[in-house]
Write a protein that binds this ligand. Structure first.
Ligand SMILES: CC(C)(C)CCc1c(C(=O)O)[nH]c(=O)[nH]c1=O
Length: 308
């Protein structure tokens, strides 16, 4: 049995990655990932033009069946991560980038285009754009405009990170936009936006920023993640690979993501709960399921979810 998958033109021995934002903000964390055996590739925390401290604590809270966060994009600034990925030689590494406006995203990608880095970059489209307008990825016209401008100058491998969609028409709309561009991949889903958790003891919210509203991850978002992987796989050009993120806590969840069409699978909340050892367990569990079913490679079942 092999768990080989492809990242761009590279064959990697494991389909597992970390979810951007998890264990990938500092040099130490990134080096940990680079040395994690059952991790096929790693993604950096979304990098911005400037160093950012992020929101005040508490900004991450562990929930019984997941997590909620309003980190506020804390990161060491794009130069640090650009330098890290340019020098990364242990494991394929994806540079995640974000901006607090479409204009900043363009500026940031121009700097990457002008750099020596030739590897994969992932643009986080969950970024706020115009005040009073929804986040960029929920504004289909502006997403189209931004990607048109990006691909007027950007020639290096580029994918996008998407928030979850919940309306079938929205799957159609975002796919119609993304299919216009030479994207390497779509990473779906980002956390489910603006959830809220209530501590009934204290009668308070559990995270400080945004009145306690934050992105929800972990087991409770698995059905939404699977739906987004499946819907986008059904709609996007085959040349655009799908990276499945969201709700993976067991090998069975990873199997489900791949059955829905995911080329790679990233794990966030569960790694925070369990540590990097989660990748060993997920790998063993996935292999066990494949053995029981007589599969020897991920391509034996990738995208082959059956309808009733
Ligand atoms: C939500 C943003 C701050 C606009 C982007 C960074 C981000 C964060 C974050 O840094 O708060 N958390 C997530 O779960 N997903 C994200 O994409």
């Amino acid at each position: 049995i092999n768990l080989q998958a492809t990242l761009l033109d590279q064959t990697i021995d494991s389909p597992f990655l970390n979810a951007s934002g998890v264990h990938c903000q500092t040099q130490e964390e990134l080096d940990d990932l680079a040395q994690t055996k059952n991790l096929g590739a790693l993604v950096t925390k979304s990098a911005t033009l400037q160093v950012r401290e992020g929101n005040p604590n508490p900004r991450y809270y562990d929930l019984p069946a997941g997590s909620i966060n309003s980190m506020g994009l804390p990161n060491l600034g794009y130069e640090f991560y650009l330098d890290y990925v340019t020098k990364a030689d242990k494991k394929p590494t994806i540079l995640s980038v974000a901006a607090l406006s479409a204009a900043d995203a363009i500026t940031l990608l121009k700097k990457i285009q002008a750099s020596d880095y030739e590897g994969p970059t992932e643009l986080n489209l969950s970024c706020p754009n115009i005040v009073g307008e929804p986040q960029l990825a929920y504004d289909f016209e502006n997403t189209d405009k931004v990607l048109a401008e990006v691909f007027s100058f950007y020639t290096k491998p580029l994918g996008v990170k998407l928030p979850p969609y919940f309306d079938l028409v929205h799957f159609d709309k975002i796919s119609a936009v993304l299919n216009k561009y030479p994207l390497t991949h779509v990473n779906t889903i980002n956390s489910v936006g603006n959830g809220l958790w209530v501590d009934i003891e204290t009668e308070q919210v559990v995270t400080k920023a945004k009145g306690g509203f934050g992105g929800v991850g972990g087991a409770m978002v698995l059905p939404t993640a699977l739906a987004n992987v499946r819907a986008l796989r059904q709609r996007l050009n085959p040349s655009i690979k799908i990276m499945g993120t969201g709700g993976v806590t067991t090998g069975a969840d990873a199997f489900a993501h791949i059955l829905c069409g995911a080329e790679l699978v990233s794990v966030g909340t569960q790694v925070i709960k369990e540590g990097l050892g989660a990748y060993d367990r997920l790998t063993a569990e996935l292999k066990e399921i494949m053995a029981a079913k007589g599969y020897t490679s991920l391509s034996d079942f990738r995208g082959k979810l059956k309808e009733l």
